[in-house]
Design a protein around this ligand. Sequence first.
Ligand code: TYC
Length: 159
Amino acid sequence: MESRAEKIDREMCEYEAAILKPVAQSMDAIGDHAGTSSPVKLERRDPDDGGAGAPPATPGSDTVVLTETAKPELKRPPMFRVILLNDDYTPQEFVVHVLETFFGMDHDKAWQLMMAVHTTGSATVGIYPRDVAETKSEQVNAYSQQNKYPLLSTVEMTD
Ligand code: TYC
């Protein structure tokens, strides 16, 4: 005759085998696939079909397929424009030299852009990721100051 303590023990073993193990296995399966786009397939089996190691159940009403698709990483990094400002004192030739030196422009392109700034007040001279834009702008401002010219550039986020 089974004692009360033995009965509790047996019921706990049955509970573990029937509920806890399948749940733990399912969570392992999901964990292994987290963050990927691979589908996660969980199969429900008959309790008496042999368990782990037995051939998979035939797909049908007894098969549960959970598909977990990771969100695709489509976001581009934000881009920033370097804007050159006009002033009344910096020589045109110096501005052209700056555009050639820090923005890799050929002489004609540099003259064109310098004239655009000269006539309109400002113009975008390049678009880059934030750190590149900030470095270039600082280089232009420091170089102009070293040469005693008031030439300035600023950085602005693109829309
Ligand atoms: N306006 C200046 C001049 O006439 C030339 C100049 C052009 C200065 C562009 C700054 O960003 C600039 N000497």
